[in-house]
Design a protein around this ligand. Sequence first.
Ligand code: ZN
Length: 323
Amino acid sequence: MGTNAPPLMIGIDVGGTKIAGVVIEDDLAGKGVTVLAQTQRPAQRGANALIDCIVAVIDTLNTQLAQRGETRRASVIGIGTPGTVDGRTGDVRAIANLSIDYVPLARAISARCGMTTVVENDVNAAALGASSMLFGDDATETIAFLNLGTGLAAGILRDGVLDHGSSNTVGEIGHIPVEPHRWKCACGQRGCLETAASGGAAKRLWPYADPPMPAILAAAHNPHDARHEQAQDVQHIIINAIADAIDILAVTVDPAAIIIGGGMAKTGEPLLHAITKELRQRAQSSKFIDSLHLPSRLKLVPADLPVGAIGAALSAKHVTTAA
Ligand SMILES: [Zn+2]
């Protein structure tokens, strides 16, 4: 361990069912990220339970570091969370899945753990993590991360830096109201893309299996399945809305790569195949869409990597480099 040893950073990914944590070493030469410790715990409802759970995850991570003989300790904590994040104060509002109206998350964790704590939107954190693992820390392109989670949202990186816009609304493409069924969205509008292109929508449209997406694709491909025609309809609805989201990202952000992530991405290659097939069909009837070469821009997030927690740690990187 020399004075040039890279800093260690803790990353926490707050999910609706679990709190995941990692300790990463970020090579300053841009060679990438190494995960040194990793753990997770079931999430519980309420602000105090969330804080206790995050502290317990951090304790476990520090124990793992000590067990592997690591004498360095992490200097900063980055947390990725759903809800409305105030990046300046680290306060979070409206974490619906954990029944939290308000939690001063950065201040609470910093007070308990004695480390500078940075809070980032969970989709943005996953965008940072996925981009870093797929393209390295020095990506100079514009990269979009399309999160097919409970809802639908995108994180946008330009030259490796997250685009937050003027009010943290960049990438909220799940609430573009263009879906033809005009279903009511939790946001109050009708026809939002996430009423069709999301894990939550897949559950609503296919209540027969959990997770629904692998079952929908399998039944849609199997003419002997009892729900074959229904599965074809549901697949058509979901894949069309995902393709619309990809079209929208392409013409508004023009990213070099569109990384598909979130819970639905665990479906893997069959999902990517269905999306690619729809994009190719659109390209056949549109020279404009054909010229965008959308299938070649798509990447699936690596399923076995905790990109949300890794990206949360990376979101705190500027704190270590500024120190
Ligand atoms: Zn909406």
